[in-house]
Write a protein that binds this ligand. Structure first.
Ligand code: SF4
Length: 499
């Protein structure tokens, strides 16, 4: 009996070295004592790698090595012996062994590999990074995989979140990425990772709002999101309550006929005529009567821009959402709160910005009591264009920031490609500087593992362009803490309360 150690026990190269030595020395599978780490058993014989080779190592099919790479990540203590037995048989002339799917060894290896692939998929789907308190752009996730898959899956996260510094801790192994190098270390404990961060409250609020009880399928949910992974998911805390209430909510929705919003604001019939030199307040009043497209009819009210009339920076979003439609103010719903958080992070006072939308009425689809957002069409953007143009003319900002593709294309043209050109300075037709980034609701919609955090970081990075904006005064004039020596073009507005 000879001994073969594999350390670490999930590593393909660590298994290949003793397996190759054993094969060259002609050691039969039943004569090897495989140990899953560097600890040799009390009865272990000579180390297999010290044996003298008797023959050349045979070529091994690439498919076998691929299969072995997955099988080794399984915790089954017999996997090393299983793979060597298969290797021995292939070297002994069974070159088509892997095609014999009913062979007990092939079947067992396939089962183990499938379990590893499933566990890898779950890790990619359910890892949730939490921001490290007191550090910038540093995130840690805690995860408890069934198999030894950290080394196998970590490169996926390195590619996906290349610009972040992150660590994934598991009970047996950790992976760290410093935005350049991937390194592995010992395992940790759940307490080593940060708890919930502020973004998870946002995510839970958003999840509760988009949860559609009529589409609930608990069988599918359990299959796609097994309960053992719930501890990694912030939204999991909401699921029992949402599932419990789903039946009554669906019955309630079915029993109710579609109804218009309760807070309908009476709108005069005649369209407004606005003088060229009208103030923003006059524009706002005139827009309440707008009938330039059909969106006014089902909406509660016009949601016009707000902020200082002489703001140096104008923010343009897509259209009001449900919360904005009811309150009559832009960016006060979940996306607005994310926007506020991003501004606060880079030290910009929202009260010094003029914030508006490309389209001033909420476009939605009524589903029972719920109003689902619908993107405005080009016709709506064009119809509303004169209002936006009038706001830009009156406020006369030095910099315009477009949030989302609708706003970007309204101001930068239909050929503008948001994801390719975001975060880069552009010039509007009137010579004004502008740039575009994603809409904060896009960040909230990211469901891929860690994508929410990465989307948010990218959004914040784009907004940082404001800090080096058109001129130093522009950046200083919007900073949350403004030096008294820096001039601001108008009186600092009172920051409105956010809903
Ligand atoms: S969406 Fe714009 S153009 Fe259409 S009715 Fe409202 S304010 Fe007028």
């Amino acid at each position: 009996m000879v001994a073969a150690a594999v350390d670490p026990p999930w590593d393909l190269d660590a298994w290949r070295a003793p397996a190759r030595a054993a094969l060259r020395a002609g050691v039969a599978p039943q004569d090897i004592d495989w140990t899953g780490d560097a600890q040799r058993g009390l009865l272990a014989g000579a180390d297999v790698v010290a044996l003298a080779p008797l023959r050349a190592a045979p070529a091994v099919p690439a498919a076998f090595l691929s299969l072995a790479g997955a099988v080794l990540c399984h915790r089954d203590p017999q996997r090393h012996a299983l793979l060597y037995r298969m290797l021995w048989r292939i070297a002994d002339g069974e070159r088509a062994l892997l095609e014999r799917v009913t062979d007990p060894d092939v079947h067992r290896a396939s089962v183990l590999a499938q379990a590893v692939r499933r566990d890898s998929h779950k890790m990619k789907a359910f890892v949730r990074f939490r921001e490290v308190p007191g550090e910038v752009d540093a995130f840690v996730a805690w995860f408890e995989p069934d198999q030894h898959i950290v080394d196998r899956v970590a490169p996926f996260f390195a590619r996906r979140f290349a610009g972040m510094r992150w660590a994934i801790l598991t009970p047996y192994r950790s992976a760290r990425w410093d935005s350049a190098t991937l390194a592995f270390g010992p395992g940790g404990q759940r307490a080593d990772a940060p708890g919930d961060d502020a973004q998870e409250d946002l995510w839970r609020t958003y999840y509760a709002n988009i949860f559609n009880p009529a589409r609930l399928n608990t069988t599918m949910m359990r299959s796609e999101m097994p309960q053992k992974y719930w501890k990694h998911l912030p939204e999991a805390q909401l699921l029992p309550g949402l599932v419990r209430e789903a039946g009554s909510r669906v019955r309630d929705m079915a029993a109710r006929a579609p109804e218009p919003p309760r807070r309908r604001i009476p709108v005069p019939a005649a369209p407004a005529v606005v003088a060229d030199d009208a103030s923003v307040d006059a524009l706002r009043a005139a827009a309440r009567e707008c009938r330039r497209c059909e969106l006014w009819q089902p909406a509660t009210q016009t949601v016009f821009g707000e902020g200082p009339e002489d703001a140096r920076i104008m923010i343009v979003g897509e259209q009001p959402g449900d919360a904005e439609d009811l309150s009559g103010r832009p960016f006060v719903g979940p996306a607005g709160k994310l926007f506020d958080r991003a501004l606060a992070e880079i030290g910009i006072d929202r009260g010094r910005l003029y914030v508006t939308n490309a389209v001033k009425h909420f476009r939605f689809e009524q589903r029972g009591k719920v109003r689902l957002h619908r993107n405005p069409e080009v016709a709506h953007v064009n119809a509303c264009g004169p209002w936006l143009a009038a706001e830009v003319a009156r406020v006369d900002p030095q910099v315009v920031v477009c949030l989302g593709a609708t706003a970007a294309q309204a101001l930068l043209g239909r050929s503008f490609r948001l994801m390719a050109q975001r975060g880069t300075w552009q010039v509007l037709g009137d010579g004004r500087r502008a740039f575009a980034t994603v809409h904060p609701s896009w960040v909230l919609r990211q469901r891929e593992p860690g994508a929410s955090e990465a989307g948010y970081r990218g959004f914040v990075d784009d907004l940082r362009l404001l800090l080096g904006a058109a001129d130093a005064g522009t950046a200083a004039a919007v900073a949350a803490t403004t030096s008294p020596s820096l001039s601001v073009r108008g009186p600092a507005p009172t920051r409105p309360a956010r809903g």
